[in-house]
Design a protein around this ligand. Structure first.
Ligand code: PMV
Length: 375
């Protein structure tokens, strides 16, 4: 049986109440080897690996209430409603957000065949991000992960014998259909998404925890996120991934990502901080190089992004401190360093890097252990 078939909801063994709710907290993640380029239904063109974060997270409550079309017993056997037919209300920090409805309704419609019970319920989604909406930090990974986990809690209530393994795999599978990188926001501390020959169990459909022991150097790793530009994303993910279709360097890039994942895997196991720095910074710059060399082309770094990178390089040359940066598809800088270096590196960040942040804003984060059910 194919993996996807395993994820189709079968007959319920129990019933859900007429109404109820589940709440999950799901983390954001930062890719070390970047996913950039997709095909088919949210499938990656190359494998990626990320640190699960801790402080940056989304808490989502999914309230469900049986709708009038639901049958008295069992699950409705009919075509999936269209995204317009689903009754979904979304609140961010207590404020109704009709503008978010379309994206979520499209997601729910996309997954409805896999979680057919969902069509029998009206949904209210109440969500809160630990980071400000306007921070330039994407909430789609943690948001889609938290919502998928709430939906999986509904499924678990209907099929209580479901194993934890299947629960988390399917949560990642569903989250991927909302936002690719969300597949890496279910578990921790390091997650691989995309098929790779060195990673047993890895595949394009869902993320898996890194399948090897991680060296102590990378336990409790820190990520201080410097908010250089808090504006809306200049390039949406959809447009961004599409830039890799017919990109002149695409083939080479996808091969390079696989090689970098092999190298990073060894490094995470043997603790080599120099190799880690090398791979992670090169990945960040390559992601931006892909955007610089696509059509249309984009510069997503800001002058302050470059100033911060240069300061990090100067500090590293002077002190030998194992500090490095990575970037998302934007101007903010993630500064990565080991726990045992935190005192001197924090001091450096406060004194030398904060002046380059918008309104001195930054977020102290670190590697985390994955999503948690709250209620
Ligand atoms: O999950 P998406 O479609 O928003 O893509 C995320 C892409 C990057 O954040 C730039 C890289 C990654 O692997 O997270």
């Amino acid at each position: 049986m194919s993996v996807a078939l395993d994820f189709i909801f079968k007959a319920p063994m129990a019933t859900l109440p007429e109404k109820g709710s589940f709440t999950w907290k799901a983390p954001s993640n930062i890719a070390l080897v970047k996913y950039w380029g997709k095909h088919g239904m949210q499938l990656p063109k190359n494998p990626s690996i990320s640190f699960t974060l801790d402080a940056c997270h989304t808490i989502t409550t999914l309230e469900f209430k049986k709708n009038k079309k639901a049958p008295e017993v069992g699950i409705r056997d009919m075509q999936v409603p269209t995204d317009k037919e689903f009754k979904i209300d979304i609140f961010l920090d207590g404020v109704k957000k009709p503008e978010f409805r379309k994206k979520v309704a499209i997601f729910i419609t996309r997954i409805a065949k896999l979680v057919s019970f969902i069509s029998d319920y009206d949904l209210v989604i109440k969500t809160h991000n630990s980071f400000p909406h306007s921070s330039g930090i994407a909430s789609s990974a943690s948001g889609m992960a938290a919502l998928s986990l709430c939906i999986m809690s509904m499924e678990k209530a209907l099929n209580p014998t479901m194993t934890d393994e299947l629960f988390y795999k399917k949560a990642s599978f569903l989250a991927r259909l909302g936002s690719g990188s969300a597949s890496r926001s279910i578990e921790g501390p390091v997650v691989v998404w995309g098929k790779h020959q060195d990673m047993k169990g890895s595949n394009d459909l869902y993320g898996i925890p890194f399948p090897f022991a991680i060296h102590k150097n990378f336990k409790n790793f820190h990520d201080t996120i410097l908010l250089v530009d808090k504006g809306e994303k200049q390039v949406s993910s959809t447009i961004g991934h599409n830039l890799m279709v017919n990109h002149p360097f695409a083939k080479e890039r996808f091969n390079q990502a696989s090689k970098n994942l092999s190298l990073l895997s060894e490094t995470l196991q043997n603790g080599g901080l120099d190799a880690f720095i090398n791979i992670v910074e090169s990945e960040a710059l390559t992601l931006h190089a892909m955007m610089l060399t696509s059509h249309p082309y984009f510069i997503l770094m800001k002058p302050n992004t470059l100033s911060i990178i240069n300061k990090i390089w100067e500090f590293r040359a002077q002190t030998n401190a194992p500090i490095c940066f990575t970037l998302d598809a934007g101007a903010n800088v993630h500064v990565l360093y080991p726990e045992k270096e935190k005192t001197r590196i924090n001091q450096f960040i406060m004194n030398e890097l904060l002046p380059f942040c918008q309104k001195n804003h930054y977020i102290c984060d670190r590697v985390g252990f994955g999503a948690k059910q709250i209620l």
